[in-house]
Design a protein around this ligand. Structure first.
Ligand code: SF4
Length: 373
């Protein structure tokens, strides 16, 4: 069992749970809203800033809660397109949170679309063979408070970029739950976190701009479809036949395409919106025209959007991306049949920049340092 931190993360509390906690202490319930306003609206970085709270209450908060359960280790800018935040949790675990700026043609960086990609687990148990995040397996689930804290750290990072205006989370276009981990394998913590992210007493970010991505846990997709908040869904397909998918994604053995595709269809019908199929193009694995045609048939059947992502090399893994001609030929098969499809261009090399690699590199460096002492 994962050990618990000494203090609860304040960012994991809902308004109701915090009301209960302050009421048990004999404080009026309105204090809960005041506390959350300090966290999410005024972005207090210390208990002392919460000046409209009695000193005794502040002392109790400091004894009971961690104000920021994910501390910044480094922020790596990449050609002004991405910010990769490496964050450390209470048990020294490292996670990555990424800000992606996708420039819009002709309007420059200031008008770029901004997406935040967050993690939900430390490591991952799903074992996709091409992935850096899953290389060392699953260490533990992240708590709701740790998941939410990533978004506050993003706001802090944006504040540093533009010191004159405080960055609001609402200024971002999308949040994608696509970082390290299988989000639907940490379902309760994820839903609690997204409730806090969405709530007006929390970060106030619209559920329809939040995309939850899964490697294909079909029963959990059905559960997600029943959530009242109405999140978007992306499914990492990466193989258009069971034969190819099973070769690179062990999850396909439990939930092969005849189980997965009906769950995706049901989700799309329930919410009346396009589901996205993510498809990482890996040379000589899934980049053939046969795979393109099979993917086309699936996308047409599901009325799904396809996002083609040329593979980013991971140190120590043998996989490579296909050349540009082959990528284009694959995309053409989809588009010529009327499938809505995007193919990430060169920027993608940095944008997708091998999710999980910064963490992996830092962990290896740390382990090397420990060995040498
Ligand atoms: S691709 Fe996603 S689901 Fe697969 S191992 Fe990596 S983090 Fe886990």
């Amino acid at each position: 069992m994962t050990p618990a931190p000494a203090k609860r993360p304040l960012t994991g509390e809902t308004l109701d749970s915090l009301r209960l906690a302050v009421a048990e202490r004999g404080e009026p319930e309105f204090r809960a809203k005041q506390i959350l306003d300090w966290v999410y609206k005024k972005r207090a970085r210390s208990w002392d800033e919460m000046t409209n709270l009695p000193k005794g209450l502040r002392a109790w908060l400091a004894d009971t809660f961690t104000l920021m359960p994910a501390s910044l280790v480094l922020n790596r800018h990449s050609a002004d397109v991405t910010d990769k935040l490496l964050l450390e949790l209470w048990d020294k675990s490292l996670i990555e949170t990424v800000i992606i700026r996708a420039p819009q043609e002709g309007v420059g960086m200031e008008c770029s679309r901004k997406t935040i990609c967050i993690s939900t687990q430390v490591g991952c148990a799903m074992g996709c063979v091409f992935c850096a995040s899953g290389l060392a397996g699953l260490r533990r689930d992240m708590s709701a408070g740790e998941i939410v804290a990533q978004l506050l750290q993003v706001c802090y990072a944006e504040d540093e970029r533009t010191p004159r205006a405080r960055a609001e989370l609402a200024s971002f276009d999308n949040i994608v739950v696509m970082g390290m981990g299988e989000p639907l394998a940490n379902y309760e913590a994820l839903m609690r976190a997204l409730t806090i992210v969405n709530a007006d007493w929390g970060l106030g970010f619209g559920a329809r701009r939040i995309t939850v991505s899964t490697s294909g846990l079909a029963p959990k997709i059905a559960r997600l479809a029943d959530e009242a908040l109405g999140f978007r869904l992306a499914v990492s397909l990466h193989g258009a036949t069971d034969e190819v998918r099973s070769r690179i994604m062990p999850v396909n053995k439990a939930y092969p395409l005849p189980k997965l595709l009906p769950a995706i269809r049901a989700f799309g019908e329930r919410h009346g919106r396009m589901v996205t199929l993510e498809f990482i193009l890996i040379e000589d694995v899934n980049d053939s025209l046969e795979q393109a045609r099979a993917l086309r048939d699936i996308a047409l059947d599901l009325h799904a959007h396809v996002n083609l992502i040329p593979y980013n090399t991971v140190e120590g893994l043998p996989w490579r991306r296909p050349d540009a001609v082959r990528q284009q030929a694959f995309a053409d098969v989809l588009r010529k049949s009327g499938v809505s499809a995007t193919l990430r261009r060169e920027k993608g090399h940095e944008i997708a920049a091998a999710c999980g690699q910064l963490r992996l590199k830092t962990e290896r460096e740390r382990a090397g340092g420990e060995d040498s002492t």
